[in-house]
Design a protein around this ligand. Structure first.
Ligand code: DOR
Ligand code: ZN
Length: 347
C-alpha cells in the first residue's frame, strides 16, 4: 500500500479569489500548495480590460503570504462591449491566459455576461486567430430549461455550433458536471478540454437535497445524479489529458450561503489535495493524480510544468475537515466531503 506520494507542484485551473477582505482570507489556502491558478474575473464590477487585470493581479500578489511560490494567471470577463484589440494585446503580452464566457444570469456576478453570442463573435474570431483560449461556463439560462439539463442543452445549442463556426478556437468547458459534457470533450479533439472540480467528484444532488437542504453543497452548475458523478470520477482518474483540475473553489460568507436565496459556491481550496488523493487512492489511480493536478492543464495551456513538488501522506486516523475560516466580515465554511479523508499534505 502506498503511504506517501510526491506529485509535481499542482495548478488550479479555475479559482475564485474575490477581492479585499475575502481575497486576503483565502489566497494563502491556495498559494501554499499550488504553483499557479487561473483566476476568475467575476468581481463586481468584473475584470474586463487589460488594465483591470493588471491591477487585480497586483492585489492578489499583495495577498500572497511571503515565501509562497504562487503565480496568478489572469482572465478577462467577456462582455458584449469587450474591445478585441485590448484583449488580444493583453494575451500577447502575457497579462492574461484566457477569457471567460459567462452566459448572462448563469451564476454569481454574471449579470454583465453575454446575452447574445452573435454580439461577441468578432471578439471570438480574434481569439481564435490569436490562439487565446475561451473558458466557458457551460449552462444555458433560459427559464424553460430545467436547471439539471442546462449543461447538456448548452452543448447542443451554444457550444457545438460555436466550435463548428470557429474550429480554431481553443475551449475549456469549465466544471463539467454531466456524462454528456464528458462525452462531448472526449470526442472533441485537441481544441477542447474540461476542468473538473473537487466537489463534483464527491457530491451528487442527494447530498444537497435529501434529508434536509444543505446550502453548503449548492454550487453552479448544480450537482447532478450519481451516474453523472461516477462519469466525472472515471474521467478524472482515466489519465486522459483532456481532463484536469479546476477547483472552482468559490468562497461566500456563511451569511450569504445560509440565506433565503443563498449564493452558489463551495470553498474547497484548503482540502482539495487531500480529497483528491483520497478519491484517486480509492480507485487505485494514485499514479494518475500528477497528470490530473499538474501535467494535463499545463500541457493544454502550453506552459511548463511547475518546479517543485508536494508530498501527500496517508494517515491512519481520518483527517478532520479543516476549520472554517474566520474573516473580518464573518465565517467561511470549508467543504466537507462527507466521507473520511485519510490523506493530508505532508508537513
Ligand atoms: O458555484 C459557483 N460559484 N459557480 C460559479 O460558476 C461561480 C461561483 C462563484 O463565483 O461564486
Ligand atoms: Zn467558477
Amino acid at each position: 500500500m502506498t503511504d506517501r506520494i510526491t506529485i509535481t507542484r499542482p495548478d488550479d485551473w479555475h479559482l475564485h479569489l474575490r477581492d479585499e477582505a475575502m481575497l486576503a482570507a483565502v489566497t494563502p489556502d491556495t498559494a501554499w500548495h499550488f504553483g499557479r491558478a487561473l483566476i476568475m474575473p467575476n468581481l463586481v464590477p468584473p475584470v474586463v480590460t487589460r488594465d483591470e487585470a493588471i491591477a487585480y493581479r497586483q492585489r492578489i500578489m499583495a495577498a500572497c503570504p511571503a515565501g509562497a511560490d504562487f503565480t496568478p494567471m489572469m482572465t478577462l470577463y467577456l462582455t458584449e462591449g469587450t474591445d478585441a484589440d485590448d484583449l488580444v494585446g493583453a494575451a500577447r503580452d502575457g497579462v492574461i491566459t484566457a477569457v471567460k464566457l459567462y452566459p448572462a444570469g448563469a451564476t454569481t456576478n454574471s449579470a454583465s455576461g453575454v446575452r447574445d453570442i452573435d454580439k461577441v463573435m468578432p471578439v471570438l474570431e480574434a481569439m481564435a486567430d490569436s490562439g487565446v483560449p475561451l473558458c466557458v461556463h457551460g449552462e444555458v439560462t433560459d427559464s424553460d430549461v430545467d436547471i439539471f439539463d442546462r449543461e447538456a442543452v448548452f452543448i447542443d445549442r451554444v457550444l457545438d455550433p460555436l466550435r463548428r463556426r470557429l474550429p480554431a478556437l481553443c475551449v475549456v468547458m469549465e466544471h463539467v458536471t454531466t456524462s454528456d459534457g464528458i462525452d462531448y470533450v472526449r470526442g472533441g479533439g485537441d481544441s477542447i478540454a474540461a476542468t473538473l472540480t473537487t466537489h463534483h467528484l464527491f457530491i451528487n444532488r442527494n447530498h444537497m437535497l435529501a434529508g434536509g437542504i444543505r446550502p453548503h453543497y449548492y454550487c453552479l452548475p448544480v450537482a447532478k445524479r450519481e451516474t453523472h458523478r461516477k462519469a466525472l470520477v472515471a474521467a478524472a482518474i482515466s489519465g486522459d489529458s483532456s481532463f484536469f483540475l479546476g477547483t472552482d473553489s468559490a468562497p461566500h460568507l456563511d451569511s450569504a450561503k445560509l440565506a433565503p436565496c443563498g449564493c452558489a459556491g463551495i470553498y474547497t481550496s484548503p482540502n482539495t489535495l487531500a480529497c483528491l488523493a483520497q478519491i484517486f487512492d480509492q480507485h487505485d489511480a494514485l499514479d494518475r493524480l500528477d497528470g490530473f493536478v499538474a501535467l494535463h492543464g499545463a500541457a493544454f495551456y502550453e506552459v511548463p510544468v511547475n518546479d517543485g513538488t508536494v508530498t501527500l501522506e496517508r494517515t491512519e486516523e481520518a483527517q478532520p475537515v479543516p476549520q472554517d475560516r474566520v474573516t473580518p466580515e464573518g465565517m467561511l465554511t470549508v467543504f466537507d466531503p462527507m466521507v473520511p479523508i485519510h490523506w493530508k499534505v505532508a508537513g
